[in-house]
Design a protein around this ligand. Structure first.
Ligand SMILES: [Zn+2]
Length: 300
């Protein structure tokens, strides 16, 4: 338990451990624990301190909250603890009527009497398969923090990706020869700009090897490699620019990669909580500076 209306409610000195059990958090185990806790919570909610009423809020992850309020789980037909939106409606973002503590209790009573607690019929009773273990109104239950940044950050990154793609396309379509070399490179080669850059790097390396090679025989081998690379460079031709392989998009991937956020986790829509925290840190001015002070990427 933590006192909420303090400067640092999560500080060690403001958080009080009121119980611990080395068991799995099944509904049955929680029931044993919560029955006792609930009596105290009800007392607290009816307590006044310095002419102020005490309000109790509940925090926890989705799984824990569902178990405490007697729902069969955060998946399935009615995945939301706070309202009666179905999984399908959630994607269409239509608003549905909210659940309340009284609703949960009466839905469970119906489930008990009408279905004889037949869990296969749980969906008919809005997944209320147990009596709520705690008397805290649902509007005093905070949505799990993790689930909020997951969606927001995914959306933010989608927008960033779209913006990066637009810039790449603008550079690609701008045929003005007075612009910097690299933009011409993108216009001239499209998707193959990166292949060309990599070949150029190889050529520079081989040139160095030819110039500084000690033995004459090895110098000869480097020379052959150099000629081969130059031939390949000549063959690299234009392929129209598609979404994503442009330089700005590629740089965005490089930034994610550098901060141990695999870009693949974005494409599969599976940013984890830890990755979201890193992402947020990266968006702060300090994170931005840190990235730029060590950034030695090509000037694309
Ligand atoms: Zn909802």
């Amino acid at each position: 338990m933590a006192v909420g209306n303090l400067g640092k409610p999560n500080a060690k000195t403001n958080t009080h451990l009121i119980g611990i059990a080395y068991v799995k958090d099944t509904h049955e185990n929680l029931k044993i624990f919560m029955t006792d806790v609930n009596t105290k919570i009800t007392q607290l909610q009816n307590t006044e301190w310095n002419v102020k009423r005490i309000v109790v809020f509940l925090h926890g992850d989705c799984d824990f909250l569902c178990k405490v309020f007697g729902l069969s789980g955060p998946q399935g037909t009615y995945p939301c603890l706070w309202c009666l939106t179905t999984k399908k409606e959630l994607q269409e973002s239509t608003e549905k009527e909210p659940r309340t503590l009284a609703f949960l209790k009466s839905a469970f009573e119906k489930f008990k009497i009408e279905s004889g607690e037949d869990k296969r019929k749980a969906a008919q009773y809005h997944k209320c398969i147990h009596k709520p273990l705690i008397d805290i109104e649902l509007h005093k239950v905070s949505p799990p923090y993790l689930h909020i940044p997951l969606g927001v950050i995914l959306k933010h990154h989608q927008m960033l990706e779209q913006a990066a793609d637009r810039i790449d396309k603008q550079i690609y379509e701008d045929k003005n020869p007075d612009r910097a070399d690299n933009s011409c490179l993108l216009s001239n080669l499209g998707n193959n700009w990166k292949k060309w850059m990599q070949k150029q790097k190889e050529i520079a390396f081989f040139k160095g090897c030819v110039a500084f090679g000690e033995a004459e025989s090895s110098s000869q081998t480097w020379m052959e490699q150099l000629e081969k690379a130059q031939e390949v460079l000549e063959t690299i031709s234009h392929t129209p620019l598609t979404s994503r392989p442009g330089p700005v998009c590629s740089q965005l991937d490089a930034v994610l990669d550098k901060h141990a956020i695999p870009p693949q986790s974005y494409y599969s829509c599976s940013f984890t909580g830890n990755q979201c925290n890193k992402y947020l840190l990266l968006s702060t001015p300090r994170g931005f500076q840190r990235h730029h002070s060590v950034n030695s990427q090509d000037n694309v």
